[in-house]
Design a protein around this ligand. Structure first.
Ligand SMILES: Nc1ncnc2c1ncn2[C@@H]1O[C@H](COP(=O)(O)OP(=O)(O)O)[C@@H](O)[C@H]1O
Ligand SMILES: [Mg+2]
Length: 242
């Protein structure tokens, strides 16, 4: 579905991504982990066509991103790490607003399905500023998925989310996954990684140092612990084994 071929990204002379290559297949569910500043969000933004790589190529369905940009954008749902909502709009108006602003076709039945899956009908008349972080995150996620995209890119979807909201999100993502959608998510949350992701990518200092089945992670850890492993990455991996 997507081929990433040796991409580099610089921001103000700093190298953020270093020769990253990867192939993402239709139906994959990939979790991206790594220390802060490793380039995870930058990589996700490049997949989402929000940022362009400085070197290297990226292909969608066999053609370059540039050639396929329109089709690509209508097939992608990107949910950013930062919540981007209008605080003074109610949840319902917020969703209506994005539905109208979206260049993509949005089916009313699908909007209802998303709202019901994320349990948003109960808060539809509340202003966003009156919602807790977990509810805001759910509204944010719903907006990114209104056009029923094939490829879903999520940046830390469970950060600051209470357990009930997290459970709604996980159940919804599971349904999407079972429906054949392709998921790529940045997360430090082993609960969601374990339950959703079949493959794991590890970024360290701009490099993709591991991309394989979740089940291969243990072997990777055994081979890397105590050696050159970044301290933060070591801590992150240890959390999994608790
Ligand atoms: N707009 C920007 N301007 C300057 N530096 C940036 C910008 N975006 C990201 N960076 C830097 O790039 C590095 C990687 O950022 P990011 O991809 O957000 O990492 P991660 O998501 O893994 O924490 C960090 O060192 C960050 O400070
Ligand atoms: Mg990030």
């Amino acid at each position: 579905m997507i081929q990433v071929d040796q991409i580099n990204k610089y921001i103000k002379k700093n190298q953020i991504l270093n020769s990253v290559s990867a192939t993402i297949h239709k139906g994959d569910s990939i979790g991206i982990i790594g220390p802060n500043g490793a380039g995870k969000s930058t990589f996700l933004k490049i997949l989402a066509s929000i940022l362009k790589p400085d070197r290297g190529k990226i292909y969608y369905q066999g053609a370059s991103y540039k050639e396929k940009l329109k089709e690509l954008r209508s097939n992608i749902g990107y949910i950013p790490q930062d919540i981007a909502l209008y605080e003074d709009l109610t949840v319902q108006d917020q969703i209506l607003f994005w539905q109208k602003a979206s260049k993509q076709k949005v089916a009313k039945e699908y909007v209802n399905k998303v709202m019901s899956a994320l349990d948003l009908f109960g808060v539809q008349d509340k202003k966003v500023k009156a919602l807790s972080g977990g509810w805001k995150r759910k509204v944010n996620v719903s907006i990114g998925l209104l056009h029923n995209p094939e490829l879903i890119l999520l940046d830390e979807p469970t950060a600051g989310v209470d357990l009930a909201a997290k459970e709604d999100l996980i159940q919804w993502l599971k349904l999407l996954q079972q429906g054949g959608k392709t998921l790529v998510m940045v997360s430090h949350d082993w609960d969601i990684l374990n339950r959703i992701c079949e493959k794991i990518m590890i970024f360290q200092k701009g490099k993709l140092i591991f991309f394989d089945a979740f089940s291969k992670l243990e072997e990777f850890e055994l081979n890397n612990f105590g050696n050159e492993t970044d301290k933060d990455l070591g801590k992150l991996l240890k959390l999994r084994m608790r």
